[in-house]
Ligand binder design. Structure first.
Ligand SMILES: Nc1nc2c(ncn2[C@@H]2O[C@H](COP(=O)(O)OP(=O)(O)O)[C@@H](O)[C@H]2O)c(=O)[nH]1
Ligand SMILES: [Mg+2]
Length: 198
């Protein structure tokens, strides 16, 4: 379904992002959750988005043009301990500005690591997005890393946490960048959304 993927550029803040009316789908989550790997998996290009085993490195907003028709946006991760307070505040300002005011942002994909129990920072971020009315969808990542029973348990615990605040659970997908899991489901969701916004 994706037959052309081009790296557009990296930008520090919203007012530097491309002046484009194309629909955007952005990816966010804790550093190292697998944002860049997922983008590569969806595009079937190995090093389109730079992945890293060193968390907290990408502090820029990376744009990819897909099929000449829409943008995928790799956002800087949150929650990495080894960044300075000033850097964190910068992240907060630029990212919050992007997600809350970018008018052509159709969906924010919030990635959650399915291999670990619920993290407060993810719950807080999701709650904030809900309060700010940012349209989001969850993607549970790295499901290949542990057995299915374990990942299902982590996901169920995560959903319990969400239910403490929200009556309805958001749409969610399971993925593995390593095994290609979620490829079809996520791309189908994107193309359905594109049809709705057209
Ligand atoms: N086993 C497994 N490892 C993954 C998966 N997705 C990402 N990783 C690994 O997790 C690390 C961080 O991935 P990256 O995409 O750079 O995360 P980002 O910081 O959120 O962009 C890398 O070492 C990846 O190889 C996955 O689905 N399965
Ligand atoms: Mg990355």
């Amino acid at each position: 379904m994706i037959n052309k993927a081009i790296f557009v550029g990296s930008f520090q803040k919203l007012n530097q992002c491309p002046e484009s009316a194309l629909t955007e789908f952005a990816f966010i989550g804790r550093s190292n959750v697998g944002k860049s790997s997922l983008i590569n998996m969806l595009c079937k290009v190995k090093n389109l988005a730079l992945t890293s085993s060193t968390p907290g490195k990408t502090q820029l907003i990376n744009y990819f043009l897909i099929n000449d028709t829409f943008h995928l946006v790799d956002l800087p991760g949150y929650g990495y301990a080894r960044v300075s307070k000033t850097q964190r505040q910068k992240w907060h300002k630029h990212t919050m500005e992007y997600v809350t005011t970018r008018t052509n942002l159709a969906v924010l994909f919030i990635l959650i690591d399915a291999t670990i129990p619920p993290q407060q920072i993810d719950i807080e971020f999701i709650n904030r997005m809900g309060e700010s009315r940012v349209p989001f969808v969850l993607i549970y990542t790295k499901t290949d890393k542990i057995n299915q029973r374990e990942s299902s348990k982590n996901i169920a615990l995560f959903e319990d946490k969400l239910k403490e605040k929200w009556e309805e659970l958001p749409i969610s997908f399971k993925s593995s960048a390593k095994k290609g899991l979620g490829h079809k489901e996520i791309l189908t969701f994107i193309s359905e959304t594109l049809k709705e916004t057209a």
